[in-house]
Design a protein around this ligand. Structure first.
Ligand code: SAM
Length: 259
């Protein structure tokens, strides 16, 4: 029976692809790619001659039902993104959902993604973590940051070099100066680097050396032993956004602190 495959591709080092990924990409009828030029470089290296079509955030709404219909009609299709695992901060979710609704089998191959090596490199507990993807640039950003301050699992964020210093400063404002953080950049590439320290140390690092390349930010969780009483949250939040003092989350923390 025809099906949809999601095939992870390298996040930098082109050798990071599985034998099965290459086999599936050779065997399917069509490969859907975010940027067909980027994907063709990989396909050429592995002598994959399968037809490539584009599927990206600007056409996924329009094309999703049509593609699910084609799979129902007998085509087997593989979805790839420019790098890493499709559907992880990349197109994919809508197509998976549409296929499942139509009873089409979906299979995601295991493979490269940036969040896992960054989490492991950080040295923070990896038994429980939350992946937040990219923070919103404007609307909802402060609310998300404040929610993250209370997170008791290790936090993983995707970030660009242009915004890293701003994000680290905001994280420090909501979480306080004591929290540790790790930034992994250019994973699997020649200039791969993981920098660990307090927010202030990381801000100093990226101020002295211009941040370059793609980045994953991993933030230490709020210690479960820490009570609202002995955190410095009140001034931290107040400085960050006075309006947030009214949020139900914050009033609950203040009630807890009085107990
Ligand atoms: N689908 C990808 C995955 O599975 O990780 C993520 C795609 S998302 C559009 C791109 C973001 O992933 C970058 O902004 C960066 O945060 C992270 N990323 C991708 N490749 C990376 C790399 N080689 N080193 C560090 N971060 C990377």
């Amino acid at each position: 029976m025809s099906k949809l495959y999601l095939v992870p591709t390298p996040i930098g080092n082109l050798e990071d692809i599985t034998y099965r990924a290459v086999h599936v990409l050779k065997e399917v009828d069509v490969i859907l790619a975010e940027d067909t030029r980027t994907t063709r470089i990989l396909l050429k290296l592995y002598q994959i001659t399968t037809r490539v079509q584009s599927y990206h955030i600007f056409n996924e709404h329009r094309k999703t039902d049509e593609i699910a219909g084609r799979i129902l009609a007998g085509e087997t299709i593989a979805l790839v993104s420019d790098a890493g695992t499709p559907s992880i901060s990349d197109p994919g979710f809508m197509l998976v959902r549409a296929c499942l609704e139509k009873g089409i089998p979906v299979e995601c191959l295991p493979g490269p993604t940036a969040l896992i090596p960054a989490l492991v490199n950080s040295g923070f507990p990896s038994d429980k973590f939350c992946f937040e993807g990219f923070l919103p640039h404007k609307k909802g950003r402060r609310t998300r940051l404040i929610g993250l301050a209370a997170e008791t699992r290790t936090i993983i964020l995707y970030e660009s070099p242009h915004r890293i210093i701003k994000t680290l400063k905001e994280l420090e404002q909501v979480m306080g100066g004591g929290r540790k953080c790790s930034v992994s950049r250019e994973l699997t590439k020649i200039h791969e680097e993981t920098v660990r320290g307090t927010f202030a140390e990381l801000i100093a690092h990226f101020t002295s050396q211009a941040p370059r390349g793609e980045m994953v930010v991993v933030v230490e969780a709020l210690s479960q032993k820490t009570t609202a009483k002995d955190t410095a949250w009140t001034p931290v939040y107040a400085d960050f956004n006075r309006g947030c003092l009214k949020s139900s989350f914050f009033s609950q923390r203040r009630k807890d602190a009085k107990k």
